[in-house]
Design a protein around this ligand. Structure first.
Ligand code: WT7
Length: 651
């Protein structure tokens, strides 16, 4: 670092400026051009993927109330699996496409592009043999194994829409999402392995399908551990058996740019999860282009994104972006602390990872284990580090930079959402100076604005709600079979703009720092959950009459969950009941959302009209009981005194 750098700013190292895909000046020129003339800019960059029939139109989008419509490259046709595989075969058929590192460090596989090609065609024919055609949906409930990528790419090859669910998803959630996506085929594994523990995937599928007797016709089971599992005759088939009966070759379907590629579920401020739809052409262009520029991807890089493949980060930056660019991508089945706290660093040295992309919650927890766990590895292969999922605090950023990156690797703090398809706000390594705690500036073609509650645009240095004023190719197109809700959720609060649900600060250099959700959504370790979703699951318990859930700051997880529960008459509060409610939520929503604090309450603070006053509950959860602000509308002060007396986060 040079001596006269601005405090807290890491300037672009010289070597990086020379090598990166773009430098500061070119970045600025490209950004200006992308905003001034999106048709020309994306018309040019859309060519980075192969089109069967080239597009003649580029951007056809409207955020206008009642008429929200997002179309990119509309008359072009292409195939995503062709772009991620076939296109690379002549030049990189023998290059490794996927490195797989199993939960057990001894389990490793390297899959070349040619092998990937053969696998994906087999998978495509297996799906077809079960009646899957263009436009049908397939639910994927798989662990982090190469088959997860094969199945996704096979769907893309034949034009089926995949809906991937986390392998930690409990049967209740599984059932409702299979039904919401209207999948007739579910792909799963006998079991999964995670941190030495088994995940009972097939057992969970059986439990889910008990609730949906007629919807699912076929369950395809990958043998991961080989454990015997129940197989329902006529419905359940081992993948290996089906694969024996189908042809090896499967030409890619010609897909329209706006044909759906996948659905992903995410939480919002209502109790019903949203099924976000991404389409083919624009999504792939955006995933590939951000992967190249944000990670400064070059031939020969080994790219490792630690996210689950079933999240948007995994879709865009384990599978589609890297493979569209002909990269080598690493899929890791395990967890950062198994068999020891140096696992991530072991994997980096073992596979010579050069681009490493993880979440602040993992960084914070590994930071807590001390530097020695890192220093037993050289980490010399690393060139760049990334962070995603929640704000990264400057202390963790500095640690990541110094201890993991050896002070030489830029960190890209990338902001995006399931809905945005790819990264929207980020530093560009080699082009932008880095500021710990800031996600930097908008990517090409992205027009962020900060607005106040009334929707007035704030200029210059400001703190407000983050909206995006115009479309970019990776944007979601709709909510599955519910365009009305799509408009309502994202385009009604600030008409004519996409509302992200996040708050942000902008500094004098135009850098954005995301300050967290402004709606009733909690972010636990980078996973979004709506408070309404948790509350409706709590009141579904026979002993509960009312519940309110808030987030409060947590050192490792970013935020944790605090629930206020009012019991029905005649029920008494007890530790058993508290534990039961915690496991009830784990079963209903998933173990990621384990409630940390359950406070039994005699009532909830309400206005005269009966609305829960949430800001009071948030302050009590934070142990800041003298900072309630406006309480003039509170109708039941005695309830608040009781809540304060019994608060659980006393310092
Ligand atoms: C929400 C999106 C994006 C992939 C993983 C989560 C928060 C995401 C950052 C960041 C601050 C971030 C936002 C966003 N978020 N990245 N770099 N800095 N906050 O996807 O489940 O759709 O959640 O995660 O609040 O809205 P998701």
């Amino acid at each position: 670092m040079n001596g006269n750098k601005k405090a807290g700013v890491y300037p672009v190292p010289k070597a990086w400026a020379e090598r990166a895909s773009t430098d500061a000046q070119r970045r600025e020129a490209m950004y200006v051009a992308s905003i001034a003339n999106p048709d020309q800019f994306w018309g040019e960059h859309g060519k980075r993927i192969h089109w069967i029939k080239p597009y003649s139109t580029v951007k056809d989008t409207s955020f206008e109330p009642g008429k929200v419509s997002i179309r990119w490259f509309e008359d072009g046709t292409t195939n995503v699996s062709y772009n991620c595989i076939d296109r690379h075969l002549t030049e990189r058929g023998d290059q490794v496409a996927i490195i797989w590192e199993g939960d057990d460090p001894k389990d490793v596989a390297r899959i070349t592009y040619r092998e990937l090609y053969a696998q994906v065609m087999k998978w495509a024919n297996v799906l077809r043999s079960q009646g899957i055609r263009k436009g049908d949906s397939v639910t994927l409930y798989l662990p982090m194994i190469p088959e997860a990528a094969y199945a996704m790419l096979a769907c893309a090859r034949i034009g089926a829409i995949h809906s991937a669910l986390s392998s930690q998803c409990p049967p209740e959630v599984l059932a409702s999402r299979i039904a919401d996506a209207a999948s007739t085929v579910v792909v799963t594994a006998d079991q999964g392995l995670r941190g030495g523990r088994k995940l009972e995937l097939k057992v969970n599928v059986d439990a889910a399908l008990d609730k949906l007797p007629k919807v699912v016709k076929t369950v395809i089971v990958v043998k991961r551990t080989g454990a015997p599992v129940g197989m329902l005759k006529g419905r359940d088939h081992y993948y290996d058996d089906l694969a024996e009966t189908v042809p090896d070759q499967c030409p890619p379907e010609e897909m329209k740019a706006e044909d759906p590629l996948f659905v992903l579920f995410t939480s919002g401020s209502t109790s019903k999860p949203k099924a976000v739809v991404h389409t083919t052409g624009g999504y792939l262009v955006y995933a590939a282009m951000t992967h190249q520029y944000v990670f400064d991807y070059h031939d020969g890089d080994i790219h490792w994104c630690t996210a689950e493949i079933s999240w948007i980060t995994g879709h865009s930056y384990i599978v589609y972006g890297p493979l569209a660019n002909g990269a080598t991508t690493l899929i890791f089945e395990g967890i950062p602390t198994y068999p020891s706290a140096s696992r991530y660093w072991d994997v980096i040295d073992k596979h010579k990872v050069s681009l490493f992309y993880t979440a602040p919650t993992a960084i914070r927890s590994l930071m807590g284990r001390g530097e020695d766990a890192v220093k037993s590895n050289s980490l010399a292969s690393l060139r760049l580090l990334g962070s995603v999922g929640e704000p990264i605090d400057p202390k963790s950023w500095e640690w990541y930079h110094r201890v993991v990156g050896g002070g030489r690797c830029p960190i890209v703090d990338t902001w995006f959402q399931t809905e945005t398809g790819g990264i929207l706000i980020t530093p560009l390594p080699g082009a932008t100076d880095l500021k710990p705690g800031s996600a930097g500036s908008p990517f090409f073609g992205v027009k962020p604005e900060l607005v106040d509650e009334a929707g007035d645009v704030l200029d210059g240095v400001a703190h407000g709600n983050l909206v995006i004023a115009d479309s970019w190719p990776g944007q979601m197109r709709t909510l599955y079979r519910d365009h009305e809700r799509f408009e309502q959720e994202y385009f009604s609060r600030y008409p004519g703009k996409y509302f992200t649900g996040d708050g942000a600060r902008r500094d004098a250099d135009g850098y954005y720092s995301i300050t967290g959700r402004v709606d009733d959504v909690i972010n636990v370790s980078g996973h979004r959950i709506g408070t309404a979703e948790l509350e409706s699951a709590l009141v579904a318990h026979a002993s509960v009459s009312e519940a309110a859930v808030v987030g409060y700051p947590h050192e490792i997880k970013g935020q944790d969950i605090y629930a206020y529960v009012v019991l029905i008459d005649g029920e008494t509060a007890s530790d058993e009941l508290r534990n039961e409610l915690v496991s009830w939520i784990r079963r209903a929503i998933g173990p990621i959302f384990t409630i940390d604090k359950v406070q039994f309450a005699v009532g909830l603070p309400k206005t005269n009209s009966g609305k829960i006053i949430r800001h009071i509950l948030r302050k009590i959860a934070e142990d800041k009981c003298t900072e309630f602000g406006d309480t003039s509308t509170l109708s039941n002060p005695a309830v608040v005194d009781h809540l304060i007396d019994n608060r659980l986060n006393r310092k």
